[in-house]
Design a protein around this ligand. Sequence first.
Ligand code: ATP
Ligand code: MG
Length: 664
Amino acid sequence: MSPDPIAEGVLMVDAGTTQNFSSLLRENRVFAPNAEFAAKAHVKSEAEYEAMYRKSVEEPEAFWGEAAGELEWFEPWETVLEGTFPEPKWFVGGKLNLSHNCVDRHALGARRDAVALLWEGEPGEIRKITYGELLVEVQKFANVLKGLGVQRGDRVAIYMGMCPELAIALLACARIGAIHSVVFGGFAAHAISDRVNDSGCVVVLTQDTSHRRGSEIRLKAIVDEAMEKCSTVRNVVVFQRSGSPVNMVPGRDLWWHEEIAKASATCEPEWMDAEDPLFILYTSGTTGKPKGLVHTTGGYSVGTYLTTKYVFDLRDEDVYWCTADIGWITGHSYVVYGPLQCGATVLLYEGAPNWPENDRFWKIVDAHKVSVFYTAPTAIRAFIKWGDQYVKGHSLDSLRLLGTVGEPINPEAWMWFYQEIGKERCPIVDTYWQTETGMHMIAPVPGAVATKPGSATKPFFGVVAEVVTKEGELVPLGQGGLLVVRKPWPAMARTIYGDHARFVEAYFSEVPGSYFAGDGARRDEDGYFWLMGRVDDVINVSGHRLGTMEIESALVAHAKVAEAAVVGRPDEMKGQAIAAFVTLEEGNEPSEALKQELRQWVAKEIGALARPDDLRFTQMLPKTRSGKIMRRLLRELATTGTVSGDTTTLEDFGVLAKLKDGEE
Ligand code: ATP
Ligand code: MG
């Protein structure tokens, strides 16, 4: 493990090169917005998108001011934007509360009796909470926190499973100005104690157990273990999900339901300054030790609201389902804050996609008439691997829009999603963004922008994205380079908790005057962005710098391949050799012949330069808990035969053991 976390992650770019990289993949399919969809959409044509985009970048203050005006403010801002990178301030002087905009605004308006949270437990229970009811629950729990002495600016850790109370916990913190720090409910005790201690949390919210793939995850017991190392925590509040026995520490631990029963149902929202911190969230840890990003109230509210409105094209009658856990930024921005600000009906599902069968998601879509479905490429590749028979027999005709996030989506996975799930009727929004960006950065506005499989398409309104060299020079269209953002946007993180110098160093020092968080991309002749993979995963073969995405996509395009990860390992002749790790679709067996066939296939698809030197079959790839491939572990494995890097966020340690044993 590196002793210096600053050195990890975003800055592992080879020194001394111009940072352009070669692009091999050609993907020519284009899907124009479906006319029926476009007719009802918020933005109906490409010309309309272009005009709005132009205004948003030429007059950002007017554009974002107008967007902010769609929310309720207790006091108006004086200036929309003050200063620039790395310390911009948005909506200076404005006062608002995000829980008010998510809940009160709808509960006291036309959406009072509309369902806000529609929850399905893994064992099959269903709960529906209207906006009116949500307002009561949030106020009560906000009072519980106040009763425990939690004050504005205090940090509260949340370690829960996917249930309505988790969303209520976030909203209650936001209501009283406490800064929440959600720790994904699948992490081990040390991940909780590290995060709790990093920000000095005073209270931890958890639950007895949560259901996952037919078993119970004992969240409270894991918190107990973590608390042995946490001296700042005064209380642990425990939501009773299953009734399974837990150990309650007298004087420290309290039952959620007992506290709620005593709490008053009125709690006026704090008037938060636009720049007051809202939450801390640690990144996924794909490239190294997670960083505790801090998001603030005003800009984050406006950014998540507007992207939800336009990218998901949300309307009141939608049943919106984002399958991400609330423990990730996607869950913060697009399970809780974005859709609730829009007044949507948000579906929450507690458990695994393959419980009790591989078709659970499609059952949920049909049962609740889900219309907008947002998931990750890793899930789509799993569906493909399991086979189409799990999709057949479900109508899926309530769906009208699909989305993906988390990794570049391989064009063939995109096509499968489009045809098998969307029935060629639903546009797909491939949304590129990060924990740091808070909101979508590159994503199609679906009624207006044509899509291309594997491209996140065009920047969202107000986002000035470019592909440049390390010196900040534009690279020619078609060539790969560093993806940067040139101008501040409202939802950007403001700092890394407790370490502003690291924030400035990590994101604003690599390319002068720009935000750079580590991804490579190219733009095509239509101005579309194609994410090519992380810059620190780039493979340098005989002087050609290749992104991982294109070689992986070529492998995934083979009918027998479900998933692929490629990494570079040192090679005396070529600089680096390409090592590929491949999982096969169900019903296919690894063989030497298939190995050679796949190597040839890549050479034929995108060129001999990209032909993998080594190719190994594996049952699974090492991934973060959020489902991203951890190439750095594979790189280490391919290079040294072992792995010693930070594996805190690795999903399944068994995968590493099997890979080390050379499983085929
Ligand atoms: P860490 O920064 O700790 O290594 P992480 O980058 O995986 O972890 P996140 O903020 O959750 O943490 O993920 C953002 C990253 O995910 C992006 O920088 C990009 O590499 C990838 N990503 C997300 N969405 C897309 C997308 N639609 N297309 C391509 N890549 C994406
Ligand atoms: Mg990152």
